[in-house]
Design a protein around this ligand. Structure first.
Ligand SMILES: [Zn+2]
Ligand SMILES: [Zn+2]
Ligand SMILES: [Zn+2]
Length: 222
């Protein structure tokens, strides 16, 4: 079982809900447990440790007190798709009508999406965004090519290439590289590398470009 904050900010201070700490209907242990849980979020304390700080013997003993805190909507313990049991700790209590929802699995991967956009987890959101960026960029590149732009300026901006120069990676190769990054999307490490801008000979003449011509593809002289 793990513990998480609703939201992601790491802070050197603890913010907790006043009404919960001052609620006389909650047991002393439940209120102390809430304070310790809130304080433990950025510290990676295991639940046995948290339980002991709240005067209990081990993690199993916290369940009835979690149940007490659930009645006021400040903490909840749920089974989340693909992640198991998680205690979610809030700074503000949920109002009763928000409390009963079960775990909402991600539309794309089926794992829990409760701590991000409900219905789409953080990783899948990154994957969707980068794929959309890729498709828009490929569409732009194809449109330029269809319009007769057959010269490319590489990412370094130093050389002039033919659009299909083997030293420039193709849309297909870039898509494969993008898909290979899918396992790293969780950490946000997924990035579409943009295709080069394409130009027609007229555009380059108008720009008065004096770039060196790539020796590999040998673009037509301007
Ligand atoms: Zn969930
Ligand atoms: Zn997902
Ligand atoms: Zn080239």
């Amino acid at each position: 079982m793990s513990v998480r904050r609703y939201g992601n900010d790491r802070m050197p201070v603890v913010i907790m809900n006043r009404q919960t700490i001052l609620n006389p209907t909650l047991s002393t242990t439940a209120r102390l447990l809430y304070a310790v849980l809130a304080a433990s979020l950025d510290e990676d304390l295991d639940l046995d440790h948290v339980a002991r700080l709240a005067g209990l013997n081990d993690a199993e003993e916290i369940r009835p007190f979690i149940a007490e805190l659930e009645t006021v909507g400040i903490v909840d313990l749920k089974d989340h798709e693909g992640r198991g049991e998680i205690i979610t700790v809030r700074e503000m209590p949920l109002v009763p009508e928000q409390r009963s929802h079960p775990c909402i699995p991600c539309e794309d991967c089926g794992e829990c999406s409760c701590e991000y956009i409900k219905g789409l987890c953080r990783a899948c959101c990154t994957i969707r965004d980068e794929r959309a960026r890729a498709h828009a960029d490929i569409a732009r590149w194809k449109q330029q090519l269809d319009a007769g732009a057959t010269y490319a300026i590489g990412s370094g901006g130093t050389r002039l290439h033919r659009w299909d120069c083997p030293t420039l990676s193709s849309p297909e190769a870039r898509l494969l590289a993008l898909e290979a990054q899918v396992p790293h999307a969780e950490g946000g490490y997924m990035h579409w590398s943009k295709l080069p801008m394409l130009y027609t000979a007229e555009e380059l003449r108008a720009k008065g470009t004096r770039k060196k011509h790539c020796a590999t593809c040998g673009p037509d002289p301007l």
